[in-house]
Design a protein around this ligand. Sequence first.
Ligand code: AR6
Length: 177
Amino acid sequence: MVKTVGKTRLELVKGDITKEQVDAIVNAANTTLLGGGGVDGAIHRAGGPAILEECKKLGGCPTGEAKITTGGRLPARYVIHTVGPVYRDGNHGEPKLLASCYRRSLEVALENGVKTIAFPAISCGVYGYPFEEAARIAVKTVADFVRTTEGIECVRFVLFDPALVEHYQSAFSELEE
Ligand code: AR6
């Protein structure tokens, strides 16, 4: 699925984000930035030790923030590490923190000349965010950002879990071009 918002193409694809040929891929990391399971583990495995070496110098990352490293051996030049909220009940700032992950990742991308970027479904794995709401926040936050900020040519949402697809499709359908 593809939508154009402002001057940016938003794309929805299924697959493994480590294979994406974009300027930067986003990692759903934890506050230590020292690796983990899920997409974080996959990115460090595929990208090799150079990513962890840089992460060690960053001193961690607060929830809702984003920090950039090399992409190591990945096709992507950079990895932007962001930390999604652990979902409790939705009343502990989770929506704002999740939106902040997408916004801050895009800001860090622009600061580094990134024009094409791929996002996984942040917080939708072990952090337990409900899919429908997470999909809506992801798509709406990115669309709002690119509507008012120039410089990002393509944002690709890369879904590994097939159960997420219908929720992202709905969120895409609700978008105004
Ligand atoms: N490509 C794209 N998406 C993937 C891939 C992949 N190769 N592998 C998994 N996913 P999760 P979180 C999807 O748990 O919920 C880590 O241990 C997965 O199906 O990776 O933000 C970190 O270190 C799901 O839809 O991230 C943190 O401790 C989505 O990525 C914690 O998990 C996110 O699932 C972060 O939890």
